[in-house]
Design a protein around this ligand. Structure first.
Ligand SMILES: [Cu+2]
Length: 144
């Protein structure tokens, strides 16, 4: 029993030190921080143009480039998932839209059919916080 404990301590220490060092490179998010899509509702059928409203609890919105504790700016993921490697800035693509001016809503025009929407908050450098603040993925149906 004792030898197991010692082994765990010896092996565990470098791993722990490594994860702490990594975490320090990312901007921390406070416990309980939550980002969510206020509207449209999950499962909604909607017409273009679609007003998408962003909700945030436990943190504040700041424009890109502005470093202030417990803040970030919104990113809307359209029909895509967050990149697997969240230690890098989120790319800006047709499917990953940055709201670097601190916007809290947008209007979309999407092709008819099913689409998914998801919000990711990221820091002044567009890097998701640690732990990441990511909304539930919602599915909407755009009517022709
Ligand atoms: Cu960004």
């Amino acid at each position: 029993m004792r030898s197991y404990t010692v082994a765990a301590l010896v092996l565990g220490t470098p791993l722990l030190a490594g994860s702490v060092a990594l975490a320090q490179e990312r901007t921390p998010s406070p416990p309980g921080a939550e980002v969510y899509i206020i509207s449209p509702k999950d499962g909604a059928s909607v017409h273009n143009p679609i007003l998408v409203q962003f909700g945030l609890k436990g943190m504040g919105v700041a424009p890109a480039g502005v470093k202030f504790d417990n803040t970030g700016h919104h990113h809307l993921l359209i029909d895509t998932d967050p990149p697997a490697d969240q230690s890098k800035p989120l790319p800006a693509t047709d499917k990953i839209v940055h709201f670097g001016k601190g916007q809290t809503e947008t209007t979309l025009n999407l092709t008819p059919g099913r689409h998914t929407l998801r919000l990711v908050l990221a820091d002044a450098n567009h890097i998701p916080h640690s732990p990441p603040v990511i909304s539930k993925k919602i599915t909407i149906t755009v009517k022709p």
